[in-house]
Design a protein around this ligand. Structure first.
Ligand code: COA
Length: 628
């Protein structure tokens, strides 16, 4: 890459993001984002500062009887009559006064009384930090932002991030405080997270820039604490590019491997003092900026190609080693206008990460006058690693493992531009539920049976809330699918079943976001039993229960104002990952599957999904016309 094109690329998110920090406001109400031009900037960690938390609710433990009733409702469409009877029997045994159910519930309620959120630490541990598969491809989402023409400049004013709301209700903002200067560190059985808040003795004043697999510590503040001007930042990045003209060994690839392999390599490398210091520099840095090389992807369309780049770096010969996969936020900038982000998922969900990125986007597109230069700017430092022959071997095997996983990934991104949220809204239907019901129909038409489906439902109405599962396959959605494939069904029957299915989904969603979901409650009962050495109740180990959580459809809505797509991989070998961004007049989708599974096909499911959406619109229109 030449310096001129690099210069252009660097006039992007880079220095906006590089100089963005989250800080508390004096009145403790809102997290504040300070962008270039502000004076002192501090960074904080969740819980240390209270902002808006009084308005938030404490995450409850649902009543056991309600969870069990709901559980039976959710497994009903998935089970034969015989299996359902078996499930009913297990629930009844579980509710028997002699069973451990009440004891577990009481222990869970005690934990809830003693903690600010009984679930979140457990959830982070079991869902993320103890998960041993690679974070790359399997866990970390990739986000594409609108392709740029590189004419934008960065911001200069101080701004606050508005508090996210659900209707009028404020949502917990704690995830925003764990996105910057945060990193995952591989561990023996469980990884850990580190965050360096502004009052930390090692609070960072630098970002990490990766180019040609070389890592650089790039100071973004002058000696007096002022942020660098754009010209100065460009100078820093030119220096990086000059110092990394030929590719370095792919150290970054090690972090894409299974966690235990990465831990082995990491601990070996840490024996060298310089390596250890380098790791810490990367972990402490505010964000990682990946200056990618051209991807020359002839296999995929433009949208899909960008998804691959953001999600996994498109392979070891491309940009997969130009990453630090443990970093919570890696801003990726490609040479052909691609911008986006690769995110480590342990501390935050897609919506707040995208909200932060979207917040920065206007600064990219505005022409902003040059600010005065900061004094005492230190030059970037290249982080050279000492690599032993066994680490070189590990890099080779990490490259092979990642390349074969990427080859196995069947991922497509696409814009559905027939309609957007406007159609369901005009028909007084929840757009999210409408899409979920269409997904049920798409799957049913493809396979002839319903499927256990996971949709992420936000728990951010609660203090430090993350997510619970919206079980999208309901008896009502199954009836809708059966009615739609039945040639004898009338339009009015179809519309009625559609409305019933959408209502059922929205009802389940409302319960989840009010903290009355069942999956995290069951997880809590399981974990509290394990912690107290109590045998797991049969209900929670039974194949029927396990199959109800075998998420062959793993889905999530991540809405934004601009055309961004988030993508993730399926969570089971014979499943799909479906992420969508419903915009007012269009919808963006990313659908994934595994090529190694002969029964799945992302493009085919997406094609059925488009048909299901259009069919739903058609029946609504036909029904309206017949009412005229
Ligand atoms: N009639 C007309 N309009 C309706 C409607 C109805 N019956 N029901 C909803 N709408 C409107 C809403 O008012 C809203 O309007 P807006 O576009 O002006 O904001 C819009 O339709 C969207 O509502 P809906 O589709 O029902 O979804 P939602 O915004 O309530 O979101 C979830 C539902 C489940 C996606 C959301 O609650 C959630 O939990 N998101 C978290 C996702 C997450 O964490 N993902 C993790 C990814 S890593």
């Amino acid at each position: 890459m030449n310096i001129e094109s690099a210069n252009e690329r660097l006039r992007h998110l880079l220095d906006v993001l590089s100089s963005v920090q989250v800080r508390p406001i004096a009145n403790g109400l809102r997290p504040k984002i300070a962008v270039q031009g502000t004076a002192s900037v501090t960074q904080i960690q969740t819980n240390r500062y209270v902002y808006n938390q009084e308005a938030l609710l404490k995450y409850p433990v649902p009543q056991l009887s309600k969870t069990l009733t709901k559980y039976l409702e959710t497994v009903r469409p998935l089970l034969s009559n015989e299996d359902f009877k078996h499930a009913e029997q297990l629930v009844s045994d579980f509710q028997n006064p002699n069973s451990t159910a009440n004891k577990l519930q009481a222990l869970l309620e005690k934990r809830a009384a003693e903690m600010d959120n009984w679930l979140t630490d457990w959830w982070q541990r079991v869902a993320y930090l103890e998960y041993r598969m690679p974070v790359t491809v399997h866990v970390s989402p990739g986000i594409t932002l609108p392709r740029q023409n590189f004419k934008g400049l960065e911001g200069q004013l101080s701004h606050t991030v508005p508090i996210d709301k659900l209707g009028q209700k404020p949502l917990c903002m704690s995830q925003y405080y764990q996105m910057l200067s945060t990193c995952r560190i591989p561990g023996a059985k469980r990884d850990e997270m580190v965050t360096y808040p502004g009052d930390h003795p090692k609070a960072p004043k630098h970002i990490t820039v990766i180019h040609n697999n070389h890592f650089f510590t790039v100071p973004v503040y002058g000696s007096d604490g002022a942020q660098l001007s754009m010209k100065q930042l460009i100078g820093q990045f030119e220096h990086v590019i000059n110092q990394s003209q030929s590719p370095a060994p792919p150290v970054g690839i090690l972090g894409t491997d299974k966690r235990d392999n990465w831990y082995k390599a990491y601990t070996k490398m840490c024996k060298d003092k310089k390596n250890k210091q380098n790791f810490e520099e990367i972990q402490r840095s505010i964000v990682v900026l990946c200056l990618d090389k051209s991807i020359n992807d002839n296999h995929h369309d433009e949208v899909t190609s960008m998804l691959y780049e953001m999600h996994n770096g498109s392979g070891s010969q491309c940009n997969s080693a130009n990453r630090w996969p443990d970093k919570t936020i890696q801003v990726v900038v490609g040479p052909e206008g691609q911008i986006g982000c690769s995110c480590e998922h342990a501390t935050a969900e897609g919506p707040p990460i995208l909200a932060l990125l979207e917040y920065c986007l206007p600064f990219v597109e505005k022409d902003i006058p040059e600010s005065s230069p900061a004094p005492g700017v230190a030059l970037p430092t290249r982080l050279d690693f000492s690599i032993s022959p066994d680490i070189s071997d590990m890099m080779v095997s990490s490259c092979q493992a990642l390349d074969s996983t990427i080859q196995d990934l069947d991922l497509i991104g696409s814009k559905f531009d027939v309609f957007g949220k406007n159609v369901p809204k005009a028909n007084k239907l929840s757009p999210d539920a409408f899409i979920q019901v269409a997904l049920q129909l798409a799957y049913y038409r493809m396979y002839g049976h319903p499927v256990a489906t996971y949709e992420s439902g936000s728990l951010r109405l609660f203090h430090r809330g993350r997510t619970d599962t919206i079980r999208s396959c309901t008896s009502a959605s199954l009836e809708y699918c059966q009615t739609m494939v039945n040639p004898n069904s009338s339009i009015s029957e179809k519309v009625q079943k559609l409305r019933d299915a959408v209502m059922a989904h929205r009802k389940y969603t409302d319960e989840v976001i009010k903290g009355q979901g069942i999956d995290r409650h069951f997880l809590g009962l399981k974990l509290i039993a394990l912690e107290n050495g109590i045998d797991l109740p049969k209900l929670l180990t039974d194949p029927v229960f396990e199959s109800s959580c075998y998420w062959q459809l793993s889905t999530s809505q991540v809405p934004t104002k601009s055309e961004n797509i988030l993508c993730f991989a399926p969570v089971v070998p014979d499943g799909y990952g479906v992420c969508y961004n419903p915009m007012e007049k269009s919808m963006l989708f990313a659908v994934s599957a595994w090529n190694s599974c002969p029964d799945t096909n992302a493009a085919k499911l997406y094609s059925h999904l488009k048909e299901a959406l259009i069919d739903a619109q058609d029946i609504l229109m036909q029904s309206q016309n017949s009412n005229l």
